[in-house]
Design a protein around this ligand. Structure first.
Ligand code: GDP
Ligand code: MG
Length: 163
């Protein structure tokens, strides 16, 4: 049984962009059930000689904020159950939001390793802004740009320490 690395976070932070970068050419297993399972995509990846499964969560954008929040909470709960390590992604372009704080609270209670990935750190100005996310209190915090790939290597080094 392969270790599962789950990517969670609110919509549009860049989870799927990172997921696609991680799985590359490898075929992803799409569970075409319903509800929360439909909102999850599984793929396979490897780094530093270690293989692991990756889960991308929250593929479907909804209209209502309430449904949004409930769906994200569901995804985080499943991630806490099934994942070996959780990548919690936030977005420096939007900055720290209430929803980020809510997810952080859930994850801090979990007895699973959580790595904070501050995404969209595309330039130096954003590197400075990204420091606000240290306030979420995750010891393992990484700054990256999923579109350029910058910082993703350091993130993965930390991820595979847990698999
Ligand atoms: P998800 O909803 O969390 O899965 O987010 P997506 O991966 O779909 O990305 C949402 C948007 O953010 C897309 O337009 C991406 O191209 C963009 N995006 C993702 N990563 C980055 C990044 O590192 N920098 C910038 N500038 N945009 C990004
Ligand atoms: Mg997505």
């Amino acid at each position: 049984i392969m270790d599962i690395v789950a990517i969670v976070g609110r919509p549009n932070v860049g989870k799927s962009t990172l997921f696609n970068r991680l799985i590359g050419e490898k075929v992803s297993i799409v569970d075409d059930q319903s509800g929360v399972t439909r909102d999850r995509q599984y793929g396979q990846s490897d780094w530093n000689g270690k293989e692991f499964a990756v889960v991308d969560t929250g593929g479907f954008v909804r209209n209502s904020d309430d449904v949004f929040e409930a769906a994200i909470r569901d995804q985080v709960e499943i991630a806490i159950d099934e994942a070996t390590v959780i990548i919690f992604m936030v977005d420096v372009a939007t900055g720290l939001t209430d929803l980020d704080e809510q997810v952080a609270r859930m994850l801090r209670k979990a007895k699973k390793p959580v790595i904070l990935a501050v995404n969209k750190v595309d330039n130096h100005a954003r590197q400075l802004e990204a420091n606000e996310f240290w306030s979420l209190g995750f010891e393992e915090t990484f700054f990256l740009s999923s579109v350029t790939g910058s910082g993703t290597g350091d993130l993965l080094d930390a991820v595979v320490e847990h698999v």
